[in-house]
Design a protein around this ligand. Structure first.
Ligand SMILES: C[S@@+](CC[C@H](N)C(=O)[O-])C[C@H]1O[C@@H](n2cnc3c(N)ncnc32)[C@H](O)[C@@H]1O
Length: 216
């Protein structure tokens, strides 16, 4: 006889798996211990340890910032003796304030939100971080299309607004789309690399593109 799993049971199973995974995840424990709001903070730490982008930047934009792990790392690493550093974070969701960081709430796909971000930035940013990921609906193809369109919007924004010589870090999903973006970015940046931090779960198809030396 076929065993049918109801939607409710499936939901319970996946949330139990999520709780177990959280409890056994060393990066979740380390984030808690070190006061980071998300385990994602370690991804940016690994990226920045390797590519050394934050310290050089004067104006940093963090897209998809909630709950704020990346902004915390950017604020820690960018603050070295420079009052004139500017950090702007943005997300659909609210975030609790982070010292020295201005926040714009809203959907990045909305032109009005983009205008507000540009207004708060004032100057062209020289580092744009995007860890944006739409909520998954569980249908791989749809999820993929949604993140690709968000990443495309982020890339268009970057090409129009990044300062000369600036850098762009963006989360993409492997399996279509990221190769084209990588090729497109290579036209406008001196160096483009992909990087999978150790703190990014192996089973996740996420990957980061690191583009440095914007040529305008
Ligand atoms: C993986 S989380 C980011 C984690 C964050 N980097 C950190 O370190 O805490 C992805 C974020 O992207 C945001 N996001 C998804 N779609 C968005 C959109 N259209 N506009 C703005 N933010 C969006 C989500 O609200 C979510 O907070």
């Amino acid at each position: 006889m076929k065993v049918r799993i109801t939607k409710d049971r499936l939901k319970k199973l996946s949330s139990r798996r999520w709780v177990e995974r959280q409890l056994n995840d060393p990066f979740v424990a380390a984030a808690k211990k070190q006061g980071y709001r998300s385990r994602a903070a370690f991804k940016l730490i690994e990226i920045d340890d390797k590519f050394k982008l934050i310290r050089k930047a004067r104006t940093i934009l963090d897209l998809g910032a909630a709950p704020g792990g990346w902004s915390q790392v950017a604020a820690e690493r960018a603050c070295d003796g420079a009052n004139e550093r500017k950090l702007v974070a943005s997300d659909l969701l609210d975030i609790a304030p982070i010292n020295g960081t201005e926040f714009v709430k809203g959907d990045f796909n909305d032109e009005e939100v983009v205008r507000r971000i540009l207004g708060v930035l004032g100057d062209k940013p020289d580092l744009i971080l995007s860890d944006m990921a739409p909520n998954t609906v569980g249908h791989a193809k749809t999820d993929h299309i949604r993140i690709i369109s968000l990443v495309k919007n982020a890339a268009t924004f970057v090409l129009n607004n990044l300062a000369f010589g600036g850098s762009f870090v963006v989360k993409v999903l492997q399996g279509g789309g990221e190769q084209k973006l990588l090729a497109d970015l290579k036209v406008s940046f001196g160096k483009v690399t992909h990087f999978k931090p150790k703190s990014s779960r192996k089973e996740s198809s996420e990957l980061y593109l690191i583009a440095a030396g914007f040529k305008e």
